[in-house]
Design a protein. Structure first.
Length: 291
């Protein structure tokens, strides 16, 4: 059995048996959102390194404060339907990870069970990464080098997605137009479909849509089926977690409106939507880095 599927409190410190995307007693989610942040973290001088205010606690509290945590996902009384709806149910989080690649500069990771989304809504990747970034910011100052996000595209495949020109992500693309043009950053974005050959097949159309649709968040210049980010080789989870191992990838080169978890989250949701529209029905691993 895959190691990530049998985590216990000795590895994570939270939950009785934290299974992928599903905390003990929780309802079944639409899919797992997993994020790993890489870079250099300078802890705040006032923070107690032995504090229990760890990534799990901080992410949970931030999710709750913003109304993103789904109260119905928790186990307990039968009046769960009366609890507040949200975007995800809490699963787990941490700084170190037993399956992280040595020397990968992993700063923190977060895992939730995403609630189902309708065709007029994107996957909540943007708030998910924003919440992760806010949690890390309570620990220290992060110099973000790369992000990996597991996108549960299979959850979108079960809904009727709109035409690409009506992608729900496009409704919020205007937010980034008011940013400083000097913040535009060259990035490399890799989509990995594991054992499924769907991403390389969809790459030409994805490249076309990225250029034609009304958005300036990510200006795609080229794509490649061979020139990939080194971090795509080893995500911090096992193969059974996402239809691995990594075999089929496409990497898109271009510029991002800003190097932030906000922009990266928007891009992740947008690419997930376009991929589902192209017929991709498996989890996708997104890796984004500056170059």
């Amino acid at each position: 059995m895959d190691a990530i599927a049998t985590w216990t409190t000795s590895l994570t410190g939270h939950g009785e048996q934290a299974r992928p995307g599903l905390a003990p007693g929780a309802r079944s989610p639409a899919g797992t959102l997993f994020a790993a942040l890489y870079g250099e973290l300078t802890p705040h001088p006032w923070r107690d390194p032995d504090s229990d205010l760890d990534p799990y606690f901080l992410f949970h509290e931030r999710s709750l404060a913003m109304g993103w945590l789904d109260g119905r996902a928790a186990g307990g009384p039968e009046d769960a339907d009366l609890r507040a709806a949200g975007l995800w149910g809490m699963n787990d989080a941490g700084e170190d990870h037993p399956l992280a690649a040595p020397g990968a500069s992993l700063v923190a990771w977060f895992q939730v069970g995403a609630e189902p989304v309708t065709g007029d809504r994107p996957l909540p990747v943007q708030p998910f990464l924003r919440c992760a970034g806010d949690a890390v910011a309570r620990i220290g100052t992060l110099r973000l080098r790369a992000v990996q996000v597991l996108l549960p595209v299979q959850g979108l495949a079960a809904t009727a997605r709109p035409e690409p020109a009506l992608s729900p992500s496009l409704l919020s693309a205007g937010w980034f137009r008011s940013g400083d043009p000097r913040s535009r950053t060259p990035v490399r974005v890799t989509l990995d479909s594991g054992q499924a050959p769907s991403v390389p097949s969809a790459a030409p159309r994805l490249r076309e849509w990225l250029s034609r649709l009304d958005q300036d968040v990510f200006r795609c210049e080229t794509y490649s089926l061979t020139d990939h980010d080194p971090l795509t080789v080893r995500p911090p989870f096992g193969d059974a977690f996402w239809n691995g191992p990594s075999r089929h990838r496409a990497t898109f080169h271009g510029t991002l409106a800003e190097w932030s978890v906000d922009a990266l989250g928007w891009l992740g949701a947008f690419l997930a939507d376009l991929s589902a529209r192209q017929g991709v029905g498996t989890p996708l691993l997104l890796t984004a880095s500056r170059f």
